[in-house]
Ligand binder design. Structure first.
Ligand code: SF4
Length: 105
């Protein structure tokens, strides 16, 4: 279980959460950020600080955003990135379903 960033972050990407995560589990993609489900300790800090209200616990995801659980897993499977979002830096890419979205703003 983990917290999940949803479509509400795509093309918005305030990134307030990146500095607040105590375990550096949030990674920057091109159009959104992704929480590594293997690193998140479910503290809820990111959900509280997100100005867009884009982050939910996996158990509380609105139905429209249920795919974002798999999108996060897929992003880390594709990129292979781990070890901390600040350490890894911006990835310059997105999970294919996010990359295919029309501009969200
Ligand atoms: S819930 Fe806590 S540990 Fe998980 S990504 Fe958000 S801030 Fe980081």
């Amino acid at each position: 279980m983990a917290y999940v960033v949803t479509q509400l972050c795509v093309d918005v990407k305030h990134k307030d959460c990146l500095d607040e995560c105590p375990v550096d589990a949030i990674y920057e993609g091109e159009r959104t950020v992704y929480i590594n489900p293997n690193e998140c300790v479910e503290c809820g800090t990111c959900e509280a600080v997100c100005p867009a209200g884009a982050i939910f616990h996996e158990d509380d995801l609105p139905a429209d955003y249920i795919d974002y659980v798999d999108i996060a897993r897929s992003f880390f499977a594709i990129t292979g990135v781990s070890g901390g979002g600040a350490y890894a830096g911006p990835q310059g890419t997105d999970e294919p379903r996010v990359a295919a979205l029309p501009l969200q703003m």
